[in-house]
Write a protein that binds this ligand. Structure first.
Ligand code: ATP
Length: 316
């Protein structure tokens, strides 16, 4: 049996709209999800026992069964009991480069990498749609993390349609180490404040979704019009997160409007990202914001949009 090293990229939301409530208790969403080059690395190999082991030295990442990578491995063991009985457990080492609890789907990406890695290691031969169906059982963002690139996500976020790949756009990410936003809190608060405007009937959801599909942002993506993409970014969750965490709002305002294509909070935050037309611009923008906000808790990353989901880096 081979061992695999996989690249597990982070994502940002170019668009996040909350449309309404679903009977399963989740929100009905329309999102445009985008992979970025900032990524974790996972090494997946057979363990000597029937157990699943997670190794990660990042203090905020659990190494027990609450780790999403563990849950992904457990799911594969449950769905393929005979293969698991034959091959035994799995050992997973996570090199964490993506900031944790940041709205960048780091944990979801790790789970996606485990599904892809175990599919290879156990020679299961599952197709990408089959893997994505399994991924949807674990979390709404995980199917996207498998295929990556640029995609429109509907339903809970698990129904995907690929959009044209975007490249040549650079990203500055900024996040305070000492601020974390609970994703359930953000959605719950949004429901408390905005549920009157929710659409719940199937027809209303369909027409709202269709409107986003034919929206100026989707049009701008199809023409790779970076300036328009930057102007049309949207995230409904900013309406509840920014008032509660004023530092995040101030951070967003600190990005110089004339030097960036656009700025937005990713997912439920607290990471703020700015899109820039070149690497040199992104580095200059980062330095400008750093000069303005000297708080040592504020961290930056400069990265690029990516057209890739989970990638196999090597096998031994
Ligand atoms: P999303 O954008 O999908 O809401 P996120 O980027 O905000 O996710 P994660 O980095 O995935 O958040 O982490 C959320 C929580 O999940 C963390 O508090 C962490 O303790 C836990 N967690 C479980 N497994 C992982 C993992 N493999 N990597 C990072 N965090 C994990």
């Amino acid at each position: 049996m081979h061992s695999y090293s996989l690249i597990s990229p982070a994502k940002i939301n170019l668009y996040l709209e909350i449309i309404g409530d679903r009977p399963d208790g989740f929100h009905e969403l329309v999102m445009i999800l985008q992979s970025i080059e900032l990524a974790d690395r996972l090494d997946i190999k057979p363990s000597d026992t029937q157990d699943i082991y997670i190794h990660c030295d990042h203090p905020q990442v659990p190494t027990d069964e609450t780790n999403l990578a563990y849950r992904a491995a457990q799911l594969m063991c449950d769905v393929f009991p005979d293969v698991y009985a034959n091959y035994g457990g799995v050992s997973i080492k996570i090199e964490k480069n993506i900031p944790v609890a940041a709205g960048l789907a780091g944990g979801s990406g790790n789970a996606a990498a485990v599904l892809v890695g175990i599919n290879m290691m156990w020679e299961l031969g599952l197709t990408q749609p089959e893997l994505q169906e399994l991924a949807a059982k674990l979390g709404s963002d995980i199917p996207f993390c498998i295929s990556g690139g640029t995609a429109i996500a509907t339903g809970r976020g698990e129904k995907l349609d690929a959009l044209k790949d975007l490249d040549n756009i650079w990203v500055v990410l900024a996040k305070y180490d000492n601020i974390s936003v609970s994703t359930p809190w953000a959605y719950k608060t949004y429901r408390q404040q905005y549920s009157e405007s929710y659409v719940s009937d199937a027809e209303g959801i369909k027409s709202r979704t269709a409107k986003v599909r034919s929206s100026p942002l989707v049009h701008a993506i199809s023409y790779k019009d970076s300036s328009k993409i930057g102007e049309l970014l949207n995230n409904d969750l900013e309406k509840v997160v920014l008032p509660e965490y004023p530092q995040v709002g101030e951070l967003k305002s600190a990005f110089p409007a004339q030097d960036v294509l656009g700025t937005m909070m990713s997912g439920s935050g607290p990471t703020v990202f700015a899109l820039c037309e070149s690497e040199s611009k992104a580095i200059a923008v980062k330095q400008q914001v750093r000069t303005q906000i000297t708080d040592p808790q504020l961290n930056f990353w400069v990265t690029k949009l990516s057209s890739s989901g989970i990638q196999i880096q090597s096998s031994t």
